[in-house]
Design a protein around this ligand. Structure first.
Ligand code: ARG
Length: 480
């Protein structure tokens, strides 16, 4: 029997399953499919189930969670009443509904954590508008930028992850309940009512589709995979930056560990595990895709194997976001070192070429060739204008100073702060533009968080309504 079970996933679904049972029983009573007193007895018994005791003692004795709950109810109140709970449904629609409910809660939690991470990155950006650092391409010094610009780049990728998750949430939060095995039921059930009582936004109509599909899982775990990819890139940078080669970052004490042999070490293990667990989440996605591929409609037991992979991917993703948020919040940057490195490697080369274009009217490619000679031959720069002149004569036949370039302009071009400040077009690292982006993104974050909270509140309200209905049915049968 062990072979056909997925105990961890069933434990995860316990809370959802009790809710599904309650909503189903309330609806059965409302539609007159079972009597109110029968419903009351079942609901009372469901209420009496203690999660810890049930999960520990009952669950391991049965084929799955759904069978365990029903069998426990029947044992406690007899089959004559307890045996009516499963009228007009199947484990197929039941489990699909449970997964959607449990996943919905996790998604709301994940989006909350993700917004906290976005906030942490924006706070770091706000503190570091003036913190100059080298920007990299090919992991080589490229052009100077600011830490604020860099933090906002990561925040933007997480904003898109939020957008993907909230979109996926809309396709998770639909109710398959009432589809029964796949062909619905001849009983006059009300699918919209159970959907409403459970806080779903709508009914997943076609009963065969409703029990067969796990595309909402594939979509969700794809969102995780994307999010983890973005997270791993941030993790990787934080790992690199705290190496002595970079020396940009002092990693927070609580996110590092020591070495058992090298007393001096502080290793960025948490960020390394985020990087590694990205691979584990991909693994879950590939497992789920492979399990679902070419499965004939409608339900097959193969689908059960999807759930543990979803659960694992969900846990890994939420925990990784939480870790990275703390890591970002508590990281301290070595601003002097970053500023120093920002000018190493001739990072002002592009601005110097741009300045030559602006001052002399030479084509960019010609200016580029002049500056490229400087980069290659690395002359002593004390006489910089003469040097540029020399290369300019070689390349254009003319002295650059005759074309209008002055020493002051060259010095400006070589200055890191000027380099950054000139990049003031939309999206650039100039102070003014970064401030504008930051403000816009803070507002967008507030809107996103309000959207998430509204969804959470809606669910809460519906589940309250369910609780009241349960209470009403139990109370009315006490009065009889
Ligand atoms: N434990 C099963 C799952 O997770 C529940 C559905 C079982 N249905 C069936 N027809 N065997 O998929």
């Amino acid at each position: 029997m062990d072979y056909i079970r997925s105990l961890d996933a069933d434990r995860w679904l316990f809370h959802a399953d009790v809710l599904v049972d309650r909503a189903h029983v309330v609806m059965l009573a409302e539609r007159g499919i079972i009597r109110a007193d029968e419903a009351a007895a079942i609901l009372k018994c469901l209420r009496g189930l203690n999660e810890d005791v049930f999960v520990e003692r009952e669950l391991p004795a049965y084929e799955d969670l759904h069978t365990a709950i029903e069998s426990t109810i029947i044992r406690e109140i007899g089959e004559d009443i307890g045996g009516r709970m499963h009228t007009a449904r199947s484990r197929n629609d039941e489990v699909a509904t449970c997964i959607r409910l449990a996943l919905r809660e996790e998604l709301l939690q994940l989006m909350k954590e993700l917004n906290e991470l976005r906030r942490a990155l924006m706070d770091k950006a706000a503190e570091n508008i003036e913190t100059v650092m080298p920007g990299y391409t090919h992991l080589q010094h490229a052009q100077p930028t600011t830490l604020a610009h860099h933090c906002l780049a990561h925040a933007d990728s997480f904003a898109r992850d939020f957008a993907r998750l909230i979109d996926a949430y809309g396709r998770v939060n639909v109710s398959p309940l009432g589809a029964a095995a796949f062909a619905a039921t001849g009983f006059p059930i009300d699918r919209a009512r159970t959907a409403r009582l459970l806080g779903f936004d709508s009914v997943l109509e076609n009963s065969m589709d409703a029990v067969s599909t796990r595309d909402f899982v594939i979509e969700t775990v794809s969102c995780y995979a994307n999010l983890m990819t973005n997270l791993s890139r941030l993790a990787e940078e934080l790992i690199l930056w705290c190496s002595s080669e970079f020396g940009f970052l002092i990693p927070p004490e609580e996110y590092t560990t020591g070495s058992s042999i090298m007393p001096q070490k502080r290793n960025p293990d948490y960020a390394e595990l985020v990087r590694a667990r990205t691979g584990s989440v991909y693994g879950c996605l590939v497992s789920i895709l492979s399990i679902c591929k070419a499965l004939p409609y409608s339900y097959n037991r193969d689908l059960q194997e999807v759930t543990p992979n979803l659960l694992r991917a969900t846990r890994l993703t939420i925990d990784s976001v939480t870790v990275m948020r703390g890591y970002v919040e508590k990281s301290e940057f070595n601003k002097e070192r970053m500023a120093y490195e920002a000018q190493i490697g001739f990072t002002a080369a592009t601005e110097l070429a741009d300045t030559i274009v602006r001052e002399t009217g030479l084509p960019f490619r010609t200016a580029y060739r002049i500056v490229a000679r400087m980069a290659k031959e690395q002359p002593d720069r004390s006489d910089i204008l003469d040097i540029i002149d020399r290369f300019s004569v070689d390349i254009t036949g003319k002295r650059i100073s005759e074309l209008g370039l002055t020493l002051d302009r060259v010095k400006e071009a070589l200055d890191t702060a000027t380099n950054i400040d000139r990049r003031a077009v939309t999206g650039g690292p100039a102070r003014k533009e970064v401030m504008r982006m930051l403000k816009y993104r803070k507002d967008a974050l507030e809107r996103d968080e309000a959207l998430r909270t509204a969804k959470q509140e809606h669910v809460k309200q519906c589940l309250n309504e369910l609780e009241q209905e349960v209470e009403r049915i139990i109370q009315s049968s006490v009065c009889v």
